[in-house]
Ligand binder design. Structure first.
Ligand code: PLP
Length: 215
């Protein structure tokens, strides 16, 4: 979002007495252009709830996230959290806090940025060369997944099912729609696949795309 749009959004939130939920769930992994400054760091801290997670930067199974909330909302949020599930496990929170303060998280994120960038580049290179007949990657610089749109009119649900039978798990874009689906494609994650697995997985996916195309 451009700086002008950001300022407008903050103004709209203030005049309408609304709040902005800034869900920066994969902001640690912006692969081009450096990190973007969060809205809550600017002069919008009074209307912004900055939401983050350790699912991408550490482990999905930690089930731990965080909110940087305006001061006026902190006690209400704490009450709401207690009503939902009482609290996240104390020992895990303390462990993660030490991991951060001792500098391990920053070091881990720096290392993983390099690794994910390599994986992403390999994935994009294969998509653009060997799989261009069916899929076109969406330009995006964030996260540990790539979205690729189908331009061959394939049934992506069938592609996903056939790939799963061969041991390759990808998601069809349709699972992210609430209403009418306007585009079809695949979401391909690379958080747990190394370079060799990406090559192997995409070779399998390519065979699936071929077979679905010519039944
Ligand atoms: C839009 C969005 N927000 C937040 C998250 C993080 O969710 P969690 O912390 O429950 O893993 C995700 C996970 O992929 C996401 O897609």
């Amino acid at each position: 979002m451009s700086m002008r749009r950001r300022k407008e959004l903050i103004e709209v939130a203030r005049t309408r007495k609304a709040v902005i939920i800034e869900d920066d769930y994969d902001g640690e992994f912006r692969h081009e252009g450096g990190a973007l400054e969060a809205l809550c760091m600017r002069d919008a801290a009074d209307v912004t709830f900055y939401v983050g997670t350790f699912s991408k930067s550490m482990l999905w199974s930690l089930r731990l996230g965080f909110v940087v909330a305006p001061k006026w909302a902190v006690s209400t949020l704490a009450i709401a959290k207690s009503c939902l599930d009482f609290q996240s496990p104390g020992p895990i929170q303390l462990g993660v806090a030490s991991f951060i303060t001792e500098g391990h998280l920053a070091r881990h994120v720096r290392k993983m940025r390099r690794i994910y960038k390599e994986r992403r580049e390999l994935l994009l290179a294969i998509l653009r060369s060997e799989m261009a007949e069916w899929l076109r990657p969406v330009a995006s610089h964030y996260g540990v997944h790539v979205c690729a749109l189908d331009h061959a009119g394939l049934n992506m649900r069938s592609v996903v099912e056939a790939a799963a039978e061969e041991g390759v798990m990808v998601h069809s874009l349709n699972r992210y729609y609430y209403g009418q689906e306007t585009r079809s494609g695949l979401v391909i994650g690379y958080g747990i696949a190394d370079l060799a697995e990406i090559k192997r997985g995409l070779a399998i996916l390519r065979n699936v795309l071929k077979s679905i195309r010519s039944p």
